[in-house]
Design a protein around this ligand. Structure first.
Ligand code: PRX
Length: 698
């Protein structure tokens, strides 16, 4: 059971902060930040919420946070049950709100929240809001890639459309527990499809529509869906991407491997491509618009147990095979709703826009479930954020009067490079809270976001979390405490972060180390689909007694958490997780590539770029054409977002005598820190290093 130790470090720090009067020191500090003056150190750079903001905030003070946080860890069952009771449950959970074993030394790891409680997340997102009189409220504003294309759906309309898709799925035989693969761009049909699955208890597996046919096939073969939902094409910027062709290729690849899919429901996305020119397989392919509208707009809900699976979402790990992260229903519902509400200081009058795609966890938890559970109005944008020019985001903000804007540091950095004029020509007056996710936000990007985009009045919620965590773990609660640019600040309710050293020993106070979590929270993922052993090995064995996040982290003297990036073989490119092993295995699939080693390297816009060392088959000469072919191979096998930024020809790779590649050395060469190579004497062939350096600029 969740008996929790409350003497966490940060609590003591927040306790000491809690005596600060709200807004204390605001004026000199805030001015210093606005003027960009050099401050003593980043850690001392405090940005206080304005009095106006703090006055209206859901959590107006550190004291209030502290009070709630204390209860959340001292009495998690009571804390989360009170919140869960605000949702609709067909029948309540049993006496045990949470049961878990987070300590691998005590046997198999498992987590359960609200077991025995019967509910449905789609019902709680839609019917509950319609029934409470919000049926006419806009659920989604959709903005197309091209200016002038837009649409919207009220909660009532959304419910009807979800019911029609749900009825179609049921009619073709999709039942509770069956997997459904969704490969759609940011049309409203994407969250509609997700909600339709949830309504009938089917398990959705959304695959980001930037993944290649190979990646899609791999995911289809792993979860064996009855049906794939897609569209014929999408326009992103000025490019048309033929999604249906990618699905066709993936389906024939999986059929070759014995996994055939009965139906491919295809939305005709007329703004990108007409049906007449779409390739078609009779008997398998069905036009969405031909069948879905023929179904009833009423669909009985499949009531499910809180612990029944809601979705699978594949993410990269340190081996080549993607991991199917599995989330269940009840805990995820309660957690995404609560984190959304507090981290964005959500009020019913807000208009919320998250730029993430539903193909990633952010789009699951904070485009779809979290906001809709709160009855929010959500903006969805189909296109590229800098199309037709870098002012597009602020055009959309003004058009829909967006109040909460949530995005990734990569976009912030890229818009920052394009200059302030694209921002300042728009009003942006409606904005009141900003958010950041996916990678550490560097203090200069933070300040630009705060000062230029938010006119120095909108707090920034820098939310640290992961596909695995389901929802925010460490995040500022706007209004509750001062922020430090670049720090995700303090843990959310119920989350007990710990920093451990290499031996897994918890370190107190100001320190750096590996970020772990001490016990479960309702949004914890429950397993890796079909591979519980990998779940335990990856997350619970490295530091027994804890969940290991894979991230490095430091805590400053005030208890603020600073995420420092992945410490495993995962690269974070533009906020997207890519396993080095995945890129390596794509590279070596090229017949002329003998070996490859991939490392992350600092990138001005993307945070990290992909840097690949490639050894060619004997006798093959280096050439520009081959370099391009290798990059194309990765694009085709994983997706364009995983394309290496740099190919470095490598006559050999630095290996230990036992054959292990020393990536530490490769990282130094990639970042040209040649005087920091360290000891190379243990290499089987130290001469390799000089060869690599000589080829660095070829
Ligand atoms: O390294 C951390 C980074 O993104 C990883 C999780 O990636 P993914 O599962 O794809 O989910 C992304 C969206 C939640 C983490 O292990 N990360 C995420 N948010 C932050 C972050 N690093 C620093 N600061 C953040 N706010």
């Amino acid at each position: 059971n969740c008996s929790l130790n409350t003497t966490t470090n940060h609590l003591r720090h927040v306790e000491s902060m809690a005596v600060l009067p709200s807004g204390a020191g605001k004026i000199p500090r805030l001015n210093a930040v606005i003027l960009g003056e050099a401050l003593a150190s980043e850690e001392d750079d405090l940005v206080f919420p304005s009095d106006d903001f703090a006055r209206q905030a859901l959590l107006p003070s550190a004291q209030k946070y502290l009070e709630m946080y204390k209860r959340s860890v001292e009495d998690p069952a009571g804390f989360w049950s009170d919140i869960a009771s605000q949702f609709l449950w067909k029948s309540k959970w049993g006496d045990t709100v949470c049961s878990e074993n987070f300590d691998i030394r005590n046997g198999n790891v498992y987590v359960q929240w609200f077991k025995g409680g019967i509910t449905n997340i789609c019902y709680n997102c839609l019917d509950r809001n319609v029934d409470s009189g919000n049926g006419d409220k806009i659920a989604f504003h959709w903005e197309g890639n091209e200016r002038g294309f837009h649409d919207s759906l009220t909660y009532t309309q959304l419910l009807s459309q979800v019911c029609q898709v749900a009825n179609y799925l049921r009619d073709i035989g999709v039942k509770k527990g069956d997997a459904v693969v969704i490969y759609l761009p940011m049309l409203m049909e994407l969250p509609i499809a997700m909600l339709a699955c949830a309504r009938i208890g089917a398990v959705h597996s959304v695959v980001f529509a930037g993944f290649s046919a190979d990646s899609l096939a791999q995911r289809i073969m792993d979860c064996k869906p009855k049906v794939v939902l897609t569209c014929n094409a999408v326009k992103r910027g000025s490019k048309v991407i033929h999604l249906k062709d990618i699905v066709d290729a993936a389906l024939s690849e999986s059929a070759k491997n014995g996994i055939s899919v009965d139906a491919c429901l295809t939305y005709e996305n007329r703004s990108a491509m007409m049906r007449e020119t779409t390739k078609w397989q009779d008997g398998r392919d069905i036009w969405w618009q031909d069948v879905v509208p023929t179904y009833s707009t009423i669909c009985e809900v499949e009531w499910v147990d809180a612990e029944d699976p809601l979705f699978l979402l594949y993410t990269s790990g340190s081996t080549g095979k993607p991991k199917g992260v599995l989330h269940t229903t009840g805990g995820y519902m309660v957690y995404t709703a609560t984190t959304f509400k507090y981290a964005f200081d959500y009020k019913p009058s807000d208009i919320y826009w998250c730029t993430a795609d539903c193909g990633w966890i952010t789009g699951h938890s904070y485009v779809t479930y979290g906001p809709l559970l709160n009855g929010a109005t959500v903006v969805i944008y189909e296109g590229a954020p800098n199309y037709p020019d870098p002012g597009r985001c602020w055009d959309i903000v003004d058009k829909f009067k967006v109040t909460i804007f949530y995005t990734a540091p990569t976009l912030v950095r890229s818009l920052m490079r394009d200059g302030d004029a694209y921002v300042t020509r728009y009003s942006r007056k409606s904005l009141r809270v900003l958010g950041s996710v996916g990678e550490p936000i560097n203090p200069s990007a933070w300040r630009w976001f705060f000062n230029v985009v938010g006119d120095s009045r909108c707090p920034i919620s820098d939310t640290w979390w992961q596909t695995e965590t389901g929802g925010f773990m460490i995040a500022p609660l706007p209004g509750a405490w001062p922020q430090k640019p670049g720090s995700a600040t303090f843990p959310f309710f119920g989350v007990q972060p710990v920093i451990v050293d290499e031996k897994g020993v918890e370190i107190e106070g100001e320190c750096s180390g590996y970020l772990c979590v001490k016990s479960s929270w309702p949004g914890t993922f429950r397993t890796l689909y079909g591979d519980h052993e990998r779940y335990e090995t990856t997350y619970f064995k490295p530091f027994p007694g804890y969940y290991f996040s894979g991230d490095g982290c430091s805590r400053d003297k005030d208890g603020y958490y600073w995420l420092t990036g992945r410490v495993d073989d995962v690269i974070n490119v533009s906020g997207h997780r890519i396993g080095t092993a995945e890129v390596e295995s794509a590279l070596v699939s090229h017949p002329q590539c003998a070996e490859a080693a991939v490392v992350g390297v600092e990138h001005e816009v993307k945070g990290q770029g992909i840097y690949a060392f490639v050894t060619l088959v004997d006798g093959i000469p280096y050439s520009e054409e081959l370099r391009r072919n290798l990059i194309t191979t990765v694009r085709n096998q994983i997706g364009p977002f995983a394309a290496p930024d740099r190919i470095h020809w490598a006559p050999g790779l630095p290996k230990t005598r036992s054959g292990k590649i020393m990536r530490r050395i490769l990282r130094k060469i990639a970042s040209r820190q040649l005087d920091e190579l360290g000891d190379t004497s243990t290499l089987a062939d130290p001469g390799v290093v000089d060869q690599l350096i000589a080829l660095a600029d070829c």
